[in-house]
Design a protein around this ligand. Structure first.
Ligand SMILES: Cc1ncc(COP(=O)(O)O)c(C=O)c1O
Length: 450
């Protein structure tokens, strides 16, 4: 039902072939100049976007798509939120550049700090997620005087060289040598446990393995452990509740800082303001982005005063950047957090997320290829497998599902066998139901039931 109790509103979403003629014409002008390697979802969809409204994206041919990818978790407020447009627009008209104190930055910092776990009250602002991760790594090294960092398989932290070294995926293939001191260990990805064990009888062997690894591989110079409290890029994975506390304990034992990378999980996505709140773990440093500024490119490092004071990070111009915390970015941060708070979007993520999760479970019961439905709040996912062998779907099968959903007006991340669903936090109940209906029809079309 819609919030006012009205009947679900369904409209014709796709009016012609995809991509439509205007999209194709724009893409033909763009492609000679756009370097390869752009986001897969945009490359595969091939549409040119005209505007967005709420959870909908409208292309230049008049096709209207319900977007459950949301710029990979960035569009937390959806598109063209009136308050966001107004507050950011007003700031643009006044001043948008520079690092002087502005009322916008004061409001942004106060807003972020009002939400942070207790003890974290120092924030430095940046533009992109990977930039914040790099800064967090520099800060951990500055504070501890050590250099090694432990991270986890499947973890995604960004594509600059320090972050890349900590990535447990093929993003770094061919790009070595990377920063020394990177140690990686398996995450609690229990559906695919590399030790072939079952939780809870495994006793969290993954954390024991990391402990052992540090004994055998570390030079005794561990500065930090960086971890996504729930892994986004790896497939919106939710580890068992005891995983993060056990990782925090490991960091404490080694005198290392715990960095929680909440870039994708922060600001309500998982049905709590931050994903660490599901476990009570209090990290030493948090990295923030995406929903932080409602999609405006802004990111942040948050930490305690004693850590932020570490030199050289704390010396004038050492933790700053050209755009970080500029008045426009700051206005976007303050607007985004204000909207998330005033519209109760954390609770909304919890409620509509539960509804969507229920829908995905119904799809799992109906379609044999849908497995491992999972998630918290609006960080949801499922796997596409061949029912007889359990093997992940091949790329062309996933692409067929992605296309079938797109033709019905749903933008998904179904182009890979670990499907991630992370819609705007403003998603309505009727839109959640519509997304499930479209996925159901698309799965049937590509023969996922047998
Ligand atoms: C957990 C996490 N950390 C860091 C990043 C890097 O952010 P950016 O793409 O803004 O550099 C991402 C991006 O998806 C992310 O999900």
């Amino acid at each position: 039902m819609t919030p006012d109790g009205a009947a679900p509103r369904r409209h014709l979403r796709v009016v012609g072939e995809l991509p439509g003629p205007r999209s194709r014409a724009l893409r033909e002008r763009e492609l000679p100049h756009l370097a390869p390697g752009a986001q897969a979802i945009a490359t595969y969809a091939g549409i040119a976007v005209d505007r967005g409204e709420g959870s909908d994206v409208v292309d230049v041919d008049g096709n209207r798509f319900l977007d459950v990818a949301a710029g990979i978790g960035v569009a937390a407020l959806g598109y063209a939120h009136p308050r966001f447009v107004r507050e950011v627009g007003e700031q643009l008209a006044r001043t948008h550049i520079g690092s002087f104190t502005t009322e916008a930055r004061v409001r942004a910092l106060e807003s972020v700090c009002s939400l942070l776990p207790s003890g974290l009250d120092q924030v430095q602002l940046y533009s992109g997620g990977t930039e914040a991760v790099e800064s967090a790594l520099r800060l951990a090294r500055a504070f501890t005087g050590k250099f090694e960092v432990l991270s986890f398989w499947g973890g995604f932290h960004g594509k600059t060289s320090g972050a890349l070294a900590q990535m447990g995926s093929d993003f770094k293939h061919g790009l070595g040598p990377l920063a020394p001191g990177a140690l990686l260990s398996p995450y609690a990805d229990c559906a695919r446990c590399p030790f072939k064990l079952q939780h809870p009888s495994c006793g969290l062997l993954c954390v024991e393995f990391a402990r052992d690894k540090l004994v055998k591989e570390s030079t005794g110079s561990l500065a930090a452990i960086i971890v996504e409290p729930m892994q986004g890029t790896a497939g919106n994975l939710v580890p068992p509740r005891e995983f993060l506390p056990a990782v925090a304990e490991l960091a404490r034992e080694r005198g290392a800082l715990l960095i929680a990378d909440e870039m994708i999980t922060g600001f309500g996505r998982t049905g709590r303001t931050f994903a660490v709140e599901h476990t009570g773990v209090r990290p030493d440093i948090m990295t923030l982005g995406k929903a932080l500024a409602g999609g405006y490119p802004a990111s942040a490092v948050a930490t305690r005063h004693e850590i932020a004071s570490a030199k050289p990070w704390s010396k004038p111009s050492f933790s700053s950047s050209s755009y970080g915390g500029n008045p426009l970015a700051s206005a976007a941060v303050a607007a985004s957090i204000g909207i998330i708070r005033d519209e109760g979007l954390v609770g909304r993520a919890r409620d509509v997320g539960a509804r969507l999760l229920g829908g995905l479970r119904r799809l799992e019961a109906k379609h044999a290829s849908v497995r491992h439905v999972r998630g918290e709040g609006l960080l949801l996912g499922f796997d596409l497998v061949e029912p007889k062998t359990g093997a992940a779907w091949a790329t062309d099968r996933c692409r067929a599902l992605f296309d079938a959903a797109l033709r019905r007006g749903l933008i998904t991340m179904a182009y890979a066998p670990r499907v991630r669903i992370n819609p705007p936090l403003v998603l309505r109940d009727d839109e959640a139901d519509e997304a499930i209906d479209i996925l159901d029809a698309a799965l049937a079309e590509v023969g996922a039931s047998a």
